[in-house]
Write a protein that binds this ligand. Structure first.
Ligand code: G3P
Ligand code: MG
Length: 244
């Protein structure tokens, strides 16, 4: 198992809940708290552009409603993705993956791209994200780390960007998840922190898989994971936990 190149602390959706999730404003706020690695959720527009959004619909975090996958990027890029959070962020747009790549590469930050397909778009989303990343990151020491709950999305990313690292996300263990992580050539598993214990840590280690956990917001959980020497901790609490 090689040396894990990514920072241990990863800011969830940019800066957790302190700024509107999955916006560049959130990334900048996370960075202002000393974070050098970021997780974000990426899906594709109707015309195939990868951009940041957690939900399948626009309702919760933008000024529009309905499925995001029904709109082209030209339209999505004009929406307000900050006003729902607080007036200070009104007008903040959803960034394209290209804009986020520009930000993290310019600052030497690491990026964990959670491929979060609109249901039914798994393979196409993985392919599009992989393809975009080949163009956005080239021969750099810290490539983006793909992760997804959806194996088909990771398979799509492997098709178009086989050399970029992949991780399977696991919220609840399901039959065959471990074999799936191995068959997808994953370098890591990102689990719900509640699943992580000595046995799982040992299983992953013996298979040469690194171990990351989400979403870790309590000090007691941080201590428990620290004792297990977890490779990556994804947190909302960028104002509570100093990134080391
Ligand atoms: O990638 C880890 C974590 O973000 C997965 O859950 O729902 O916050 O995207 P969610
Ligand atoms: Mg996520």
């Amino acid at each position: 198992m090689g040396v894990w190149p990514y920072p241990r602390w990863i800011a969830h959706r940019g800066a957790g809940k302190l700024a509107p999730e999955n916006t560049l404003a959130a990334f900048r706020l996370g960075a202002s708290h000393g974070y050098r690695a970021f997780e974000c959720d990426v899906k594709i527009s109707r015309d195939g552009v990868p951009f940041l959004l957690h939900d399948a619909t626009l309702d919760r975090t933008t000024s529009a409603v309905g499925p995001a996958a029904d709109r082209d990027w030209a339209e999505l890029s004009l929406l307000d993705a900050g006003g729902w959070h607080s007036p200070a962020y009104a007008g903040e747009p959803m960034p394209s993956l290209a804009a986020v790549a520009c930000f993290v590469r310019s600052n030497g930050y690491a990026l964990n791209i959670e491929i979060k397909p609109t249901p039914g778009d798994e393979l196409a989303t993985g392919r599009a994200v992989g393809h975009a990343c080949l163009r956005l990151w080239h021969d750099e020491p810290l490539p983006p780390l793909f992760s997804s709950f959806r194996p088909e999305a990771l398979a799509g990313a492997r098709e178009t960007a086989p050399a970029l690292p992949r991780a399977l996300l696991v919220d609840e263990p399901w039959p065959g998840w471990f074999e799936m992580a191995q068959s997808l050539g994953c370098v890591a598993v990102v689990s719900n922190h509640k699943l992580m214990d000595e046995a799982l840590r040992a299983t992953l280690r013996s298979a040469g898989l690194h171990a990351l956990c989400y979403t870790v917001n309590e000090a007691a959980d941080v201590e428990r994971l620290r004792a297990l020497a977890i490779d990556g901790v994804i947190t909302d609490a960028v104002d509570h936990f100093a990134a080391d």
